[in-house]
Ligand binder design. Sequence first.
Ligand code: GDP
Length: 530
Amino acid sequence: MNAQTHSSKEIVRQARRRRTFAVISHPDAGKSTLTEALALHARVIGQAGAVHGKAGRRSTVSDWMKMEQDRGISISSAALQFEYRDCVINLIDTPGHADFSEDTYRVLSAVDCTVMLVDAAKGLEAQTMKLFEVCRHRNLPIITVINKWDRPGLDALALMDEIVDRTGMVPTPLTWPVGQSGDFRGVLDRASGAYTKFSRTDGGATIAGEEALDPASAAELEGEAWTTAQDESELLDMEGQNHDEARFLAGETTPVMFASAVLNFGVHKLLDTLVDIAPPAEARLDVAGQRRPVDSPFSGFVFKVQAGMDSHHRDRLAYVRVCSGVFERGMVVTHAQSGKPFATKYAQQVFGRDRESVDEAFPGDVVGLVNASALRVGDSLYLDEKVEYPPIPTFSPEHFMVIRAKDSSKYKQFRRGIDQLDHEGVVQVLRSDLRGDQAPVLGAVGPMQFEVAEDRMVNEFNAPCSLERLGFSLARRTVPDAVPTLARERSVEVLSRSDGELLALFSDRWRLAGVEREHPDLVLEPLVVS
Ligand code: GDP
């Protein structure tokens, strides 16, 4: 069934209805709680936290691997889809743990917009800033949500200053809090001047009460808290901090709203904002810089490959972002990198532990393809008209370990496992003649990638291995000419990555600065995120 069964007009209409986004945040800022609250509003699950299981706190629908359950964290990326107003919202989950991995970065290649979630008491934290850099690199528009306003935290205006100072983006609040952090009464809607008063419900398990009031009633009810909110909003007016669509889409400004995910306050407004101002799925640039219109025949690219999710099904799942046309389950598409056909009989929509077959998907949607061992991150799939999307960049590793087979009779399995992990992009595999093939170096953005790698080497490839940490924390791209000089430097090592990149590893930035001072002409360039 290779024929397109939808008219161009219908495909364009469906693409315009899509809002595909990810939430970026530092661990504990409330991403899982917000995801639950969004799902609750969309009535995907009847009660926040309806999927139980994890010790200590309610489990959310996006937690899934055993490792995640054991530790109460989220490693894998999944997509949550729901309808809101006349739109289809696709929320792509990102891993949230401190030891986060390249997956988090890769997810950002599949979305059209991001929500930066900030803990009101902590402001912009390290991981948020790292993810912000990737968004900036990809020109992704960013909506900022200041979360946990129900708890004492920083001053709202001080938070706005921090956003300007640390990101360079101008915050343009859409709502302004009535009541300081810790005393969250409601929000002033800056466009209309109206007041939305929030009221608590039982433990945030149901949608929060919202009451719309005109300014006069708000003044009467909230007194000074309302006047302060109005005064501060006027200050923002005077500074020109009002929403401007073009500047938002260009990444110059970030609309801001205030929320309490745990109480479900402000979640409605976030959904409305996504519908009203977030960009829909649009024509994507291919590797040659041409735009592929959304109503062209089906195309998409793999932004994540995951294996070993379920010990009962030893499957490999490739997540594909649909870029053009309609994906119809059962269609046979072409894998651009090999030119080979790929059958999509078992396409699935995946969220959390629940999987359902997906019958069709439009631009902006995500489909999971089962048994996708031929597909790797960055690969493109298409129907009829060939297209190749730009490769997803490999990010700068910050952690390094040598891996060795424990049992030399299992060397073949060891090789196969390493090659597979490399192929999937679970870890980056770095080699040198000096170290030989028996002891390659694994590089990762977050140390948890090593645990995933070790677990899979033992359980999936039957290749017990040992890992030994190396004292490097920084990688720079270099060229063959620089290798002899670098080889003479102490605590510096040059290794080659499977994509052909030569990486020089340094113990820390002081060591790097020392080498740069001594050899100012050496090529030592930062990788995408460092
Ligand atoms: P994640 O690591 O970003 O996914 O954060 P979680 O959603 O797991 O939240 C971390 C902790 O903060 C949990 O104990 C939540 O209950 C709590 N939390 C999340 N949102 C809010 C909020 O709006 N207000 C308060 N007071 N606590 C929150």
